[in-house]
Design a protein around this ligand. Sequence first.
Ligand SMILES: Cc1cc2nc3c(=O)[nH]c(=O)nc-3n(C[C@H](O)[C@H](O)[C@H](O)COP(=O)(O)O)c2cc1C
Length: 231
Amino acid sequence: MTLYDAIFIRRSVRKFNNSPLDAAAIKSIEKFIEDTPPLTGQSARFEIVSADKVHGGASAPHYILAYCNESDSAYANVGYVLQNADLYLQSIGLGSVWLGMAKPNEPERDYCILLAFGKTDVPIRKAEEEFKRLPMSEISDQDNSVAKAVQLAPSAVNSQPWKLHFESGKVVIRYFGRGLMKLMLRKKLNKIDLGISARHVETALLHEGKTILSITPKTSGKTFEIEIAYK
Ligand SMILES: Cc1cc2nc3c(=O)[nH]c(=O)nc-3n(C[C@H](O)[C@H](O)[C@H](O)COP(=O)(O)O)c2cc1C
């Protein structure tokens, strides 16, 4: 299964099998993350740990901890890189879930978020109707396959804090806070969400045979957006 295919079948998995993955499987996941380039000008650190190093987790055997500096663009970069891992894990038949509420037992100052994963018996999604999402008209000025990929993207509390704007050779994802918890999500989790949506835009554009020219996060005052240029 390709990463693009995984967009249409993935789900947040919160129930895992007891048997952990072996060292070789963990190594290849580590390598996949290492090989995923960050957003331009951004960096982050990732570490895979086992359940005894984390609390508030979803009983998963493994956790990818993400560390970065405190800025909108750095948070978006973590979303962008780790969403590639989320799609990869689900494409090889594993379960995964982003967990903003879980924490490492000994968090370092630059701890950002984690992605839990492991073997699971929870089935993949069979049809698009299984996704609970906002109508296209609320998230995008065009209804096309790139917007569809973003519509299905995961987000904190399913807040879907994005609006897509299409121009020739360009997709702009603007932060747009939604829901009762928007003040709580605005600082960090919704910026991670924007990075996640940029990953889905890129994956859909590549699937259409496009070449990505740049993916640039931009903060200005209270606005935050990610611009994806392609040809
Ligand atoms: C940044 C982020 C943080 C999240 N934190 C949690 C969490 O703490 N607990 C949880 O059960 N799910 C968490 N989720 C999963 C979302 O609730 C889930 O992605 C959303 O409801 C959509 O469902 P789906 O992923 O199954 O499509 C988080 C997702 C994201 C992207």
